[in-house]
Write a protein that binds this ligand. Structure first.
Ligand code: FES
Ligand code: FES
Length: 161
């Protein structure tokens, strides 16, 4: 076991980890940040997406020890400071971008990373970016719509499926 320290949602957090401990398990099991989900064991589903030093990362593909000294952001840190939903979260609610919600934290974190790099993505760019995030409920359409809306674009032209 060795000590690892990282900044998570703006607060310095430490814990004891094994070399094999994955970042997603450190966040969930040691820090209690269970909004980051585990939906597969093949690194395919994207339910575990967090930001590490500003970049979207599947937290099941990274050892906790590798995040030593990093700035980590999870879904728990995404709301506005007054506790209200941020723009992306609100858009998911407004455009029915979720059903069971299992994929949603990863979707929101991926969307945030996309919009940071590409503030006005096309529908095709959103769909391409979400290739690493699986949703078994929504058919993706309303997720894409929510992300387009969160970017401030008119989604009226995106026909309902
Ligand atoms: Fe990380 Fe599925 S739990 S990609
Ligand atoms: Fe159920 Fe996406 S809303 S998996």
């Amino acid at each position: 076991m060795s000590k690892v320290t990282m900044t998570v949602n703006g607060t310095e957090r430490s814990g004891e980890v094994e070399g094999r401990t994955l970042l997603v398990h450190f966040l969930r099991d040691q820090l209690g940040l269970t909004g980051t989900h585990v939906g597969c064991d093949t690194s395919q589903c994207g339910a575990c997406v967090v930001h590490v030093n500003g970049a979207a990362v599947k937290a099941c593909t990274m050892f906790a020890a590798e995040a030593e000294g990093a700035e980590v952001a999870t879904i728990e840190g995404q709301a506005n400071s007054d506790g209200s939903l941020n723009t992306i979260q609100q858009a998911f609610q407004d455009h029915h971008g979720l059903q069971c919600g299992f994929c949603t934290p990863g979707m929101v974190m991926s969307a945030a990373a996309l919009l940071k790099d590409n503030p006005k993505p096309t529908e095709a760019e959103v769909r391409h970016y979400l290739e690493g995030n699986l949703c078994r409920c929504t058919g993706y359409h309303n997720i894409v719509k929510a992300i387009m809306a969160a970017s401030g674009q008119d989604v009226g032209a995106i026909a309902a499926e």
